[in-house]
Design a protein around this ligand. Structure first.
Ligand code: EPU
Length: 335
């Protein structure tokens, strides 16, 4: 147990907590849960720290899950399906690449997303036409209050866009320990995202291999998002909001080029497009900036604090609300 130690986070913010505990094995986890420490005060579970903004000292215990291991469990119930289990502490991109190397298919579009396997069901990570929910079979987690193990089926995770039961009803109640994915032996590329199909067509690739698809998507990602080693960020800072069809039609009349997609409940608006329209793209408040190549991303311009991130997020949110009548919701968690 260490006091006031710096907590790793991809934004590169100064982040401290009363206690910071790294858990690497099931025995360590069970002993921690058995100690009762996590029910005595606030606790925060972190993986790669890629979605958390520390605006304050955390008065409680931060638990960093670092268990490792990826294994093929065997065939899934449907023909050609495979079940692959990965430990929560595995780096997500390492897991995706391990699957590609082993010809376990289905995760290719989720290449190069920062964070860990354990975070993937919590916020249902997604990109380029695929969401974690599409390939998650089940999630093994431990209840913090009782230390009891529970396996959640895909349906029980109540997945939605960047959301799950672990961010809603069971928020802060479970520690995800491993995730079982339902993958496939055969490779059937998912080219539903327009920019992916266009990039492959431009490269003259009609039938991409899994590796070619992943490389194309990684290149697309990095053309818009800051490389973590060069600039701190939490990936998309905001979610793309869903508005009613009525609201969308009104906006469309005023802004014919508005970027939006039909979605359940109405239309999903590209928050990056709206933020760009407010003029914030590329600008900074203090040492926190709106990234010049993707307005959905807030970045550390050097020495930024969590308070500065929160201040910029507020300023951007207020301006989008004033101009479009749309409430932006954060994807990143500010504590
Ligand atoms: N757009 C702008 N200006 C911007 C950014 C975007 O006009 O500054 C427009 C684009 O031109 C496009 C539309 O908005 O018409 C969508 O842009 P993009 O394809 O870049 O995707 P996004 O909706 O901005 C989402 C995810 C990303 C994911 C990409 C690709 C969320 C919150 N973000 O971004 O996820 O990589 O789609 O699928 O849903 C993340 O969660 O950290 C993340 C990077």
């Amino acid at each position: 147990m260490e006091q006031n130690i710096h907590i790793p986070n991809t934004f590169g913010l100064p982040a401290t907590a009363d206690r910071y505990i790294v858990v690497r094995s099931e025995a360590e986890l069970l002993s921690l849960l058995g100690s009762g420490l996590l029910v005595q005060g606030p606790c925060l579970i972190v993986g790669g720290g890629s979605n958390i903004v520390f605006a304050n000292h955390f008065c409680g215990t931060v638990v960093h899950i670092e268990n490792k291991g990826i294994r093929l469990l065997g065939p899934a119930s449907e023909a050609g399906g495979l079940l692959v289990e990965a430990a929560a502490g595995e780096v997500w991109d390492g897991f995706v690449n391990h699957c590609i190397d082993n010809r376990w298919h289905g995760a290719e579009n989720l290449v190069a997303i920062p964070g860990t396997v354990g975070a993937s069901p919590v916020q249902n990570v997604g990109a380029y036409g695929v969401e974690a929910k599409d390939i998650i079979h089940s999630v093994k987690a431990y209840e913090i209050a009782t230390g009891r193990e529970r396996v959640f089926t895909n349906a029980e995770c109540e997945f939605a866009y960047r959301n799950s039961i672990f961010k809603q009803r069971l928020k802060d109640r479970y520690i995800v320990w491993s995730v079982t994915f339902r993958l496939r032996r055969d490779f059937a590329p998912n080219l539903g995202y327009k920019a992916v199909a266009e990039a492959l067509a431009a490269a003259g690739v009609a039938h991409p291999t899994a590796r070619q698809l992943a490389d194309t998507i990684a290149a697309l990602r990095w053309s818009k998002l800051p490389r973590p080693e060069e600039m701190g960020s939490a990936g998309s800072f905001f979610k793309n909001p869903i508005v009613s069809a009525d609201h969308y039609q009104r906006l469309k009349q005023e802004y014919p080029d508005i970027a939006a997609f039909a979605a359940e409940g109405g239309y999903k608006l590209a928050a990056g497009w709206m933020i760009e329209k407010t003029g914030w793209k590329g600008r900074s408040l203090g040492r926190c900036g709106v990234y010049e190549r993707q307005a959905l991303v807030l970045v550390n311009r050097g020495g930024c604090t969590g308070e500065e991130v929160a201040a910029l997020a507020r300023a951007v949110t207020e301006e989008v609300q004033a101009r479009f009548g749309v409430a932006l919701e954060k994807e990143a968690i500010i504590i």
